[in-house]
Design a protein around this ligand. Structure first.
Ligand SMILES: *Cc1c(COP(=O)(O)O)cnc(C)c1O
Length: 386
């Protein structure tokens, strides 16, 4: 049997940049600075330039980035935060870390992202049951809640429609960019469109550390300032907390790795897009639902996700050929034991539940070779004919 094909391969990405990464890590080790030093400052500056935002704040993980983004917006205790159930559990966990109330909304069946029409219905239903916030005298009064748009699989959510709803209902618009580093809508990069954005650098993401890492990005100086203080105990001045904060720092070694990886991100996203085009051409007419790209967006294919009612059987056939697949995600958040029956889901989330039953993620990473993608295509076509 030919060599197995993994679904993802962070080690291959390390090997692809090994000399540069090893040199950058050695330099960081020799600098004697290990926390919040020149590597983190350099990465924050370079990633801000890449995104086209004025501020990036490095933090310890993507989950923390979402949490601190919500805290920076001062989304209040119990305030509604609208997002999807078809996402990494981290999105919903972070809402509860901030003391806010997750309100889960169904997705569009074609792009797997928050459906703006269903969102508007949900916002009306939830806000109707809550008393309006006291009329604001203080200029810093926060908005009534937030929307977290998840750019799932690397496809941007419909930010134009979501921004309109956010504005109409006085909600913050937060982007979960954990899967969308470099994805664009028109000429704008995801992470530069909403009020504030959260990134993860978990080792399998498009921009990946060799450990945990995350970042908050925003154009609003006051939000950036709050996130920056929140990541270290609310210290404006060392050892003096201006307000209660956390410990959520990006470390120098991970920042050094990220500076190297960032230089290759555009090329690697291009490679993902080329592999996706190969899959789409090779699988056309095979009876699978294939990914689509909404006109005007640049999808960065964190995952290449296909859909089929006999998904589990197809996965078994592929596994027998040494081809790895994964399911992102097998159980919507509102069906998981930690959340079931406890989070707001309106009249239910049928599209999310169907997606969880039918989706599978094919092998997708920049080092995947064309002939390997062709093997995946052949094996999948054969499995579909059985
Ligand atoms: C990975 C991921 C996160 C969480 O990031 P961590 O760095 O693992 O904490 C949040 N949201 C989405 C959509 C993700 O894919």
């Amino acid at each position: 049997m030919p060599k197995p094909i993994p679904q993802t391969d962070p080690h291959a990405n390390y090997l692809a940049h090994r000399a540069e990464i090893d040199a950058a890590v050695a330099q960081a080790l020799d600098s004697g600075r290990y926390i919040l030093g020149p590597q983190v400052a350099g990465f924050e500056r370079e990633f801000a330039a890449f995104l086209g935002v004025s501020h990036v704040v490095g933090v310890a993980s993507g989950t923390d980035a979402l949490h601190l983004a919500l805290r920076a917006c001062q989304v209040g205790e119990g305030a509604p935060v609208f997002t999807v159930s078809h996402t990494a559990v981290a999105t919903v966990a972070a809402i509860e870390h901030a003391g806010a109330a997750p309100c889960l909304v169904d997705i569009s069946a074609d792009t797997y992202t928050l459906d703006p029409n269903r969102l508007e219905d949900a916002v009306q239903a939830v806000l109707r049951t809550r008393r309006a916030a006291p009329s604001g005298q203080t200029p810093s009064r926060s908005r009534r809640g937030a929307i977290i748009a998840v750019h799932l699989y690397g496809h941007p959510a419909d930010m134009v429609a979501l921004a309109e709803i956010a504005q109409r209902y006085d909600l913050w618009l937060i982007e979960d960019c954990a899967q969308s580093h470099g994805a664009m809508i028109g000429g704008r990069t995801t992470g530069a469109i909403g009020d504030i954005a959260a990134f993860s650098f978990y080792p399998t993401k498009n921009l990946a550390a060799l450990g945990d890492g995350g970042a908050v990005a925003t154009n609003a100086p006051e939000l950036a300032e709050r996130a920056r203080l929140l990541r270290e105990y609310g210290w404006r001045e060392r050892y003096i907390s201006a307000f209660p904060g956390y410990n959520s720092r990006l470390d120098e070694l991970q920042a050094a790795v990220l500076r190297v990886k960032l230089r290759h991100l555009r090329a690697e996203n291009q490679r993902r897009r080329a592999l996706a085009a190969r899959y789409t051409a090779g699988l056309a007419g095979a009876g699978l639902v294939l990914p689509v790209e909404r006109p005007g967006v640049t999808h960065v294919y964190h995952q290449y996700v296909v859909r089929h009612p006999r998904r589990d059987l197809l996965r078994e056939h592929l596994a027998a050929q040494g081809i790895g697949t994964l399911v992102h995600y097998p159980l919507p958040v509102h069906r998981q034991p930690a959340y079931q029956g406890r989070v707001w889901v309106g009249d239910g989330l049928p599209i999310s539940e169907q997606a969880a039953r039918e989706v599978m993620s094919l092998p997708m990473f920049p080092e995947l070779r064309d002939e390997q993608a062709d093997r995946v295509i052949e094996a999948l076509r054969a499995a579909l004919q059985r």
